[in-house]
Design a protein around this ligand. Structure first.
Ligand code: FMN
Length: 319
């Protein structure tokens, strides 16, 4: 039950993937996830030059001999990313898995394929999942409305979106948005997905390079403490409720444009929040699943906990 087309495709032991997270998905966390039998992913946008990405990939290779991936976002960025350069570095360094997100990656798909890189593209709607299959990606990550980061503009939660996507495509589906434990993993498999990808759960782990105060604060939040910003720009993001999020929403309400919003929503502010532990420094991406997270374990404990709970659930259901 826990060996799926996704574990086979990625060469991993357990159907558990750590989603790319700006500022957090660095060598230490990615390698720890891969060493624990899941798939760790480093975030290319955190290392935004070829040389920096290459150095981080090399560091990850020193920490694990298991497969890991690189996340490449095709999202509007203040500074455009060198996507062809990232792909070439992955190829040169032998990284075989890419997690892409945002716009359709069709234009650069041949470049990934030239290097033998498998591509899992993240989507938030069934029609995008069909497109991902049509252009030749290897798997599709389906991010439900409850997810951290960018849930899209259609507000369909995982419970409906996943089976809809499973019925629409033949390539393997990875469930994202709202998963944190073994019950979630079994539910995702029951809906037809073949692995889960988690962000928020791994953000609240010992290895996440983030101030302990932020992690501790997140363990206290109920599922109602996230909110949506940037809907007015059709670039919706789910973040924790704080004064900055409220200010952004107020500005959007009176029609503020991107230039006015950038100083508040810049990634640099999120980095400052993560480093200083000051929860009012900026926006912090976070999923509704935060309501299920009450501890700060190591990533190995997270993965082992998920797998042992999933086995218990399987036995309970069989009984
Ligand atoms: C702090 C944070 C930063 C994130 N940054 C990125 C990113 O740079 N690229 C990306 O594709 N997804 C990013 N995500 C989304 C995750 O990869 C994943 O899709 C999402 O967290 C899944 O939902 P969950 O949080 O309910 O597990 C981020 C999530 C978090 C929590």
């Amino acid at each position: 039950m826990f060996q799926t087309r996704v574990t086979e495709l990625l060469g991993i032991e357990y159907p558990v993937i750590q989603g790319g997270m700006l500022w957090l998905s660095r060598a230490e966390m990615a390698a720890a996830v891969s060493n624990a039998g899941g798939l760790g992913i480093i975030s290319a946008a955190t290392f935004p030059s070829r040389d920096e990405l290459k150095a981080e990939i090399r560091k990850t290779k020193e920490l694990t001999d298991r497969p890991f991936g690189v996340n490449i976002p095709f999202l509007p960025a203040i500074k455009p990313l060198d996507i062809p350069g990232f792909i070439d570095v992955m190829g040169e360094e032998g990284v075989e898995i890419a997690e892409t997100a945002g716009r359709n990656p069709q234009e650069v798909l041949p470049r990934f394929k030239e290097h033998g890189i498998k591509v899992m593209h993240k989507v938030t709607a069934v029609r995008f999942a069909r497109k991902v299959q049509e252009i030749g990606c290897d798997a599709v990550i389906v991010d439900g409305f409850e997810c951290a980061g960018h849930p899209g503009e259609e507000d369909v939660s995982s419970l409906v979106l996943l089976p809809r996507a499973v019925d629409a495509v033949d390539i393997p589906i990875i469930a994202a948005g709202g998963f944190a434990n073994g019950r979630g993993l079994v539910a995702a498999l029951a809906l037809g997905a073949e692995a889960v990808l988690m962000g928020t759960r791994f953000m609240v782990s010992r290895e996440a390079p983030m101030h302990d105060r932020v992690k501790e604060y997140l363990t206290t939040l109920p599922e109602t403490e996230t909110t949506l910003v940037l809907r007015s720009l059709r670039n919706t993001a789910r973040v924790i409720k704080n004064n900055i999020a409220a200010q952004v929403q107020e500005m959007e309400g009176r029609g503020a444009g991107i230039e006015e919003l950038i100083p508040l929503v810049s990634g640099q502010r999120e980095k400052d929040l993560m480093e200083t532990g000051d929860m009012e420094k900026g926006l912090l991406h976070c999923g509704q699943v935060v309501g299920l997270i009450h501890d700060i374990p190591s990533v190995e404990e997270i993965i082992q906990g998920i797998m042992s709970e999933a086995k218990e659930v399987r036995e309970r259901l069989c009984r």
